[in-house]
Design a protein around this ligand. Sequence first.
Ligand SMILES: Cc1cc2nc3c(=O)[nH]c(=O)nc-3n(C[C@H](O)[C@H](O)[C@H](O)COP(=O)(O)OP(=O)(O)OC[C@H]3O[C@@H](n4cnc5c(N)ncnc54)[C@H](O)[C@@H]3O)c2cc1C
Length: 525
Amino acid sequence: MLSPKSVTVLGGGITGLSAALHLSRRLPAHSAVCINLIERSARLGGWVFSERVQVKDAKGHEADVLLESGPRTLRPNSKALLELIHLLDLAPSILTVPRSAPAARNRFLRLPSSDGLTTIPSSFISLLASPLATILVPAVLRDVRRTSGKVLNMDSSEDESVDAFLTRHFGAEFARTFGSALVHGIYATDSRILSTRAAFPTLRQLEQHGNGSVVRGAFAETFSSMRSSKLSEIPVAKGYDLGDVVDLMKGVSVYSFHNGMQTLTQSMATHLQEQPNVNILQRDGAQTLRKNNDHYEVTTKSGRRITSTHLLAALPLPQLHRILEDSSSSHADITALPQLPHLLENPSSSVTVVNLIFPPSSTPIHPDGFGYLIPRPSNDYPASSLGMLGTVFDSSALSGQDHYPTANGNTQGKFVKLTIMLGGPYGKPSPTPSSPEFLPALLNELQTHLGRREPLPEPCVVKIREHQDCIPTPTVGHTTRMKELAAAVKERWGPNAAVIGAGVGGVSIGDCVESGRRAAYELSF
Ligand SMILES: Cc1cc2nc3c(=O)[nH]c(=O)nc-3n(C[C@H](O)[C@H](O)[C@H](O)COP(=O)(O)OP(=O)(O)OC[C@H]3O[C@@H](n4cnc5c(N)ncnc54)[C@H](O)[C@@H]3O)c2cc1C
């Protein structure tokens, strides 16, 4: 029998899990509202995927090493995430990287003009000695001297690409060297198409606060936050149930969990499975979406029909578009849900993720630090290349995730794990990841990047995963388009529906959790 009120969440990635979890808090079992979560694949969590591998090298050294093929670090500024950690009692599982740690302070660029890696200066003194000073000093002076010229209007829909914004403020060389590299590291895309407004809204705010200068804006913000230094680093948000998790984040640069990011999605799934009014359907994707009088009706691949009064779609937008296309037939009281605008507007990046584990060695494989990023080549992306975007030195930041045998007074060194990202704006890597030439070419390139004369040791573990369309690119005008999309959902589907997820409101795990939470509280029952 259909319960009077019910809600269906489509997609069991972190966004859908967050929506279902907050719905279940808001509507506990005694509310008699049924919550359905529909996930196409066999596992919940979407791109969040952590796994443990047992490694052993030729000398008999052993370890149990954690690898991530999706997200690996979180920023402490997302209150929605901190709330989740508090609600799910995950504080003891957190692994933090302090701002003072080398893994937070040392970040590198790989510039073709230099041998090995170039340290990004983290202080004024290190700036003066840095080869990057020739780009950074003129860039900062150029921005600070800005007294006239364009300022993006905060209240209007004005937007421009990250590359255009940074070029306007800091010059083209800075925009290509630093901007493109940063964008490779977060969005795996081309900074010339990425929206400043959607991807880096604080840049626009700083431009406003600094009367046209980002640097002056940053100084003004620093002074005003110093004046109110009695406030904790992360303002305690009204409405968020944070417990004392905020205290754990003081002085933290990034964090993860001892058992990896999947700790979060697994705990969310377990919590949901324990709720009597939550039904989780896995291995059975939504195939059509229709409206039956006042109810939404989802038909799954296996032919199940799930009816509800409310609907949250937390799917990649192109998937949602396809479902709506396939739903066109209507009969009697059942009508297809109308198509929505802008679902196919943005491209998505495909990324090849390579996890490597090297045996313990007396000479370090890489410097201590977070990792390095590679800027867009000065003559644009080549038609064919390995297409390396950057490398994360996981052992520096997250070695606490790995376990070593403690018996017999173990004195072995540490295995070295690192993750290389390829693809995005370069397209599919060449040689292709499945070809025998791929790994030697990759190790050769890595050796050059690390400035090593001698070849790298043979890795004990190599995991290669090709993630198709895994990170949506919010292109210029995205924020305005998403407002139009939200209005169209309300107008065409009714007030009890919303479309959320990485393709709508931001790709970081924090953004996804926040958007699921907000949608859960905005529905009216
Ligand atoms: C390689 C990589 C590294 C990243 N690194 C970081 C990082 O370090 N920090 C960070 O904050 N973020 C990072 N991100 C971004 C972040 O992981 C993603 O943006 C986020 O996980 C997206 O979550 P989502 O739930 O919106 O979408 P998804 O994870 O795509 O979930 C959508 C779900 O919908 C399901 N689905 C699809 N079609 C159907 C259907 N028809 N019916 C039912 N279900 C369906 C899918 O199977 C999937 O489970 C990274 C992403 C990638 C790919």
